[in-house]
Design a protein around this ligand. Structure first.
Ligand SMILES: Nc1ncnc2c1ncn2[C@@H]1O[C@H](COP(=O)(O)OP(=O)(O)OP(=O)(O)O)[C@@H](O)[C@H]1O
Length: 579
């Protein structure tokens, strides 16, 4: 296994912390296996000593003993399942907590390249597979193997010939059950796929109902639905067929074996040379052979899945982490006198294609800079680099000489305020949307920032004011959410504000309101803005024009209006479109 195995580390730590529970579990497992061999032995004794010679002495006690043994099996089974669940949950929790710690340290580039679904599946399906590996699969296999061995040994002790028959039966029962299990499983998987197709079709139809109607796609959707339903019907039939045929087949096999034992031990043949009690006990023991063999087939199949789960979780654990050098932030925290510098920065997501190339500029304290350029030129990427979320392939980005990539995430909020078009809500109150449940943010600061963006009056009209729980997404309009996003960014009074297309989806009145708020904010902050519409941005000291990943031109709006054709044409075009 991998040198850096999260799963192994987690299991070791769970065993260390719960050693007594593990010992108890081992004891219970053995007790469970041994106790399940008791009832046939008691039965044999009853038949040979009481029923065959018609001797009632002590029969009641033996009956109680038999019942007691059955009760004991149940008790051990209960204890075994409880302990397995406890240990399994502890392992799952340990693995998930370690994965969460890892997730927070992983390099941001990883998230650019990997689908979130894959990471979610690492946390859910893969960890569940590991849990079942240790609870049901491995322990289940151990129990089932012991049970099978126990049954064979018990029968062997009655008669060697009967023992040989039991051993010969093992592969036969195994292959017959596997034959059906495999087909049943395949039918079940096909059924799950077809059910999801049927359900997805409904949700897709509802979601796109307008488009379906407008483009007259009703009959197409109906015929697809019909196809999925037929498919679903066929898979259900297959599941039902294997489901219903499996038990009778096993019953028939069991009866045949019993008949064979009875014939072989009949007075005429007396091939086995065993007592009646032994025959009865053997019949019960052989009947007990089926369930562990059936289980073993499934367990062997599941182990494959669980091993892949372990492999994927360990792979997740191997992902490279943010390698940050420690930095002393005392000179920059709390200071407004910060200069952000891009020092010849080149960046690429994929190896062979630079998104940004040789970007070099410096932002003085309290300066307002706007980045413009065609869509996809790399403006948002530049912001992520500025906040140290991405690492440049070449060059560096510094604040007063400190590399932004080395600034710990826990300190970023004190330095940067980032606003984009989205406002992800978290569960909690209105005030908590702003503080983000950060204890270092006071209620006064929350109120001030909401007042700054002009939302105080609206919030006072809400049921519980600042303490109103945000349960639905419709408590605030799009424009109000944008104002909340600004309040969230400025509540810690960060010296650098980064605004990414924040007025793009707003009407002109709301846009004006937000620009006024930002003009006010710009008196205390350096502001970096990305804007498509030059006419709607807050007034800037400097504009940087990006083209093909490089700085094409930069300067004050006035000089660019005179010197840059692209800029002048853009402004002219916007005037034609918007005014
Ligand atoms: N996670 C990513 N992985 C790979 N390529 C990416 C990733 N994010 C962005 N890109 C690519 O990088 C380039 C710059 O994207 P970016 O979002 O920075 O542009 P932008 O100028 O902000 O665009 P827009 O104005 O449309 O928002 C684009 O070609 C984009 O396809």
């Amino acid at each position: 296994m991998e040198k850096n195995s999260l799963v192994r580390e987690s299991i070791k730590s769970v065993i260390k912390k719960n050693f007594s529970i593990i010992l108890l579990m081992i004891f219970i497992i053995f007790a469970f296996v041994i106790s399940s061999l008791l009832p046939p032995q008691i039965l044999r004794y009853i038949i040979d000593n009481n029923l065959a010679p018609r001797n009632n002495e002590g029969l009641l006690l033996l009956a109680y003993l038999y019942m007691g043994a059955i009760f004991l099996i149940g008790l051990f089974d209960l204890a075994k399942e409880t302990l397995l669940t406890i240990i399994g949950q502890k392992i799952t929790k340990e693995v998930r907590m370690k994965m969460m710690e890892k997730l927070e340290k992983i390099n941001a580039m990883f998230f650019s390249k990997n689908e979130s679904g894959k990471i979610v599946s690492n946390f859910t399906n893969d960890v569940d597979a590991i849990n079942s590996m240790f609870t049901s699969v491995i322990i289940g296999m151990i129990i089932d193997c012991f049970k099978i061995i126990g049954v064979v040994v018990s029968i062997w002790l009655f008669s060697v010939k009967l023992g040989i028959i039991a051993v010969l039966l093992l592969p036969i029962i195994y292959y017959i059950t596997r034959f059906f299990q495999k087909r049943m499983l395949k039918a079940q998987i096909d059924n799950l796929v077809s059910v999801s197709k049927v359900n997805n079709h409904i949700s897709e139809s509802v979601k796109n109902i307008r488009m379906i109607k407008l483009f007259s796609k009703e009959s197409y959707m109906e015929s697809n639905y019909n196809e999925y339903l037929v498919d679903n019907y066929e898979t259900i039939e297959r599941v039902t067929f294997y489901d219903s045929i499996f038990s009778p087949i096993i019953l028939v096999i069991r009866s045949l074996i019993i008949a064979l034992i009875v014939i072989l031990s009949s007075e005429q043949l007396n091939f086995l040379g065993v007592s009646v009690g032994m025959i009865a006990a053997s019949i019960e023991l052989i009947s007990n052979l089926f369930t562990p063999i059936e289980n073993l087939g499934m367990e062997l199949q599941n182990i494959q899945q669980s091993i892949s789960g372990i492999y994927r979780v360990n792979e997740f654990y191997e992902i490279s982490e943010d390698a940050k050098d420690s930095v002393d932030l005392t000179n920059i925290l709390g200071s407004n006198n910060l200069s952000l510098s891009f020092n010849n920065v080149t960046f690429n997501y994929e190896d062979d294609k630079n998104v940004l190339e040789n970007i070099d500029f410096k932002i003085k304290p309290l300066e307002r800079i706007t980045f413009v350029g065609r869509t996809g030129v790399g403006k948002s990427t530049l912001f992520k680099l500025a906040m140290g979320l991405l690492k440049p392939s070449k060059g560096s980005i510094t604040i007063n000489g400190i590399n932004v990539y080395n600034i710990p995430n826990s300190e970023k909020r004190k330095i940067f305020g980032y606003v984009d078009q989205s406002f992800p809500m978290l569960s909690g109150t209105v005030a908590e949307q702003i503080s983000l449940k950060d204890n270092s943010v006071t209620f006064e600061q929350v109120k001030e920032s909401l007042d700054f963006v002009g939302l105080t009056d609206y919030i006072k009209t809400l049921e519980n004011g600042y303490n109103t729980e945000v349960k639905k997404d419709n408590l605030f309009s799009q424009g109000q959410k944008q104002l909340l996003a600004i309040a969230r960014a400025i509540v810690t009074n960060p010296p650098i504000l980064l605004l990414d297309e924040i007025t793009a989806s707003l009407d002109s009145i709301t846009e004006e309101k937000i620009i006024t708020v930002l003009q006010k904010a710009s008196q205390n902050h350096s502001i970096l803005t990305i804007s498509h519409r030059l006419s709607s941005m807050i007034s800037s000291d400097k504009i940087i024009i990006l083209e093909n990943g490089k700085i094409k031109n930069s300067g004050t709006p006035e000089t660019l209006l005179k010197s840059d054709d692209w800029y002048r044409n853009h402004i002219e075009l916007e005037k034609l479109t918007w005014n």
